[in-house]
Ligand binder design. Structure first.
Ligand code: APR
Ligand code: ZN
Ligand code: ZN
Length: 361
């Protein structure tokens, strides 16, 4: 039987979000209902609310979540009721061209639930990133549930479902940071800090954190940065070159998503270095670079979408490393809040002292 639970809805462009009763159908074939235990507040949720993603209001927000599978539909074999899972927005299809070429991180037919969750009057909801987890329960495709060790705290585990995975993956998957590498990370919010933590995990020898906010640089040091540069007062390209013997960093990770910071990343890399863009630009932004400078260097200019992650490979591995004490994921949880506090958490995002607010149930 369909269930009624509480969830956070974005009713229309720039309107405050509110908690409403939502209807969660029983799982159909290939689907699962998950009892959500924790869900982080991500910038993408705010972008949905602002109408920056699309106009399919009302949205059921929330997508960085962990919980326990409550029920599964026909044909579901990968998870069972009682499993502790992190929700992902890359349930790969296994059949598209990208999947068949062995590059499932580029899958363009990822699975979401087929049925719709609704308001009590029948209005269909658009779940953020196909998840919608600021809700006591949510309906997803079974492939969106990735089983991990239940010893991890749900508030910590959920963060791997989006922003923290994006940052760690930008370093270890896209940037291929390796032992002894020099890395610079521009923008030390949740994503940039995760890139720093990922670089440390991968054995980077030097990790240079760049931000315009000294508080962010302090936190970056606790995540594994070996040096900091405040780019409001210091030219970051020169500083990064100076800290890398004049060469530039082997990997520069741009975690802001702006043309000027991308340009800094471009010029702060070694001649054969890699730039990874993980910050998300807005549609009107343009990049202008001398083509000769693009030609004049080797290396690679890459973008990282969701950290090029494969949830089935990366989530359990990162949870295990966390449980072994080798990756401090708990440091990303600044505060835990209730379902009714999401609007306030959006406001706090601009204050700059929160890495992640996490709704716990
Ligand atoms: N130079 C350096 N750092 C900057 C600049 C700049 N010009 N502008 C902003 N920053 C810093 C901020 O001070 C902050 O520490 O970038 C950081 C951004 O962090 P958050 O706002 O917390 O964002 P985060 O969640 O880390 O996401 C970063 O990745 O996933 C995308 O949409 C997301 O584009 C965003 C980016
Ligand atoms: Zn595919
Ligand atoms: Zn997100």
């Amino acid at each position: 039987m369909a269930q009624e639970v509480r969830g956070v809805i974005a009713p229309g462009k720039n309107q405050p979000v509110r908690v409403e009763t939502i209807v969660v159908p029983d799982p159909g074939p290939g689907e699962a209902v998950v009892k959500v235990q924790a869900c982080g507040v991500c910038h993408t949720d705010l972008h949905y609310k602002q109408g920056g993603i699309n106009d399919d209001f009302p949205f059921l927000l929330g997508h960085e979540a962990a919980g326990v599978v409550e029920a599964v539909g026909d044909g579901v074999s990968e998870v069972a009721p009682g499993d502790f899972v992190i929700l992902n927005w890359r349930a790969v299809c296994g059949q598209c061209r990208a999947c068949l070429r062995g590059r499932p991180q580029y899958c363009f037919a990822t699975h979401n639930a087929k049925q719709k969750m609704t308001l009590t009057d029948g209005t269909e909801l658009s779940p953020a990133l196909g998840i919608g987890a600021f809700a006591e329960k949510t309906l997803v495709a079974a492939g969106q549930c990735t089983k991990v060790d239940p010893a991890v705290s749900p508030a910590v585990a959920g963060l791997l479902g989006c922003g923290v995975m994006a940052g760690i993956g930008a370093a270890i998957n896209t940037g291929r940071v390796g032992r002894g590498d020099s890395v610079a990370v521009i923008g030390c919010g949740g994503v940039g800090d995760a890139a720093i933590a990922g670089s440390r995990l991968a054995g980077a020898a030097r990790i240079i954190a760049v931000d315009i906010d000294d508080r962010k640089l302090q936190t970056a040091l606790t995540m594994g940065a070996t040096h900091t540069v405040n780019s409001r007062t210091t030219d970051p390209v020169e500083a990064i070159r100076e800290l890398t013997g004049g060469f530039g960093a082997d990997v520069v990770i741009e975690a802001v998503g702006r043309p000027e910071t991308y340009e800094q990343a471009f010029y702060a890399r070694d001649l054969a270095g890699t730039v990874v863009l993980v910050g998300v630009p807005t549609p009107e932004m343009k990049l202008e670079l001398p083509l000769l400078d693009v030609f004049g260097r080797g290396g690679a200019l890459k973008s990282s979408w969701y950290g090029d992650c494969l949830p089935s490979r990366d989530f359990p591995m990162l949870v295990d490393l966390h449980l072994q004490g080798r990756l401090d994921l708990a440091a990303f949880v600044t505060e835990t809040i209730g379902l009714g506090d999401v609007e306030k958490a959006f406001e706090r995002m601009h204050e700059g002292d929160v890495l992640r607010s996490v709704v716990v149930f």
